[in-house]
Design a protein. Sequence first.
Length: 151
Amino acid sequence: MKIIIGSDHRGVNLRKEIIKNLVEDGFEVVETSIPNSDTDDYPDFAFDVGKKVLDGDNLGILICGNGIGISIAANKVKGIRCARVVNSDDVFKAKTHNGANIIAIGADGHEIDEVMEMVNLFISTKPVSETRHKKRVEKIIKYENGEYNEL
């Protein structure tokens, strides 16, 4: 498993700190190949990380100013379930209830210790296993594939 990570210009410093911590902990980290600039656009990073997450059994981390825009963009990539998270409870439920394969974190207002707690929990938490949650995630996947006709 690889950890795929990307950020727009607002998340560069936090991204570098996360990478440093993950590499020190022995994880294989792959950064987006899109260069940052003062005028970069978060959807580009979301799309790139999303595609790379799907290219194997990988997890993704995205960072922008507040995590909202980049999570919306990531969810446009077929097969991605990205959750914007602000605490460990969000992370746990995103992974175990919603089958998240990417988390989006806001660069504003988070200390690195808090962020690493969320990142490590995301990586270590087992994916959806309860039947009721699996059924819901399967509905999302079927809808995305045009195989589920709601109501």
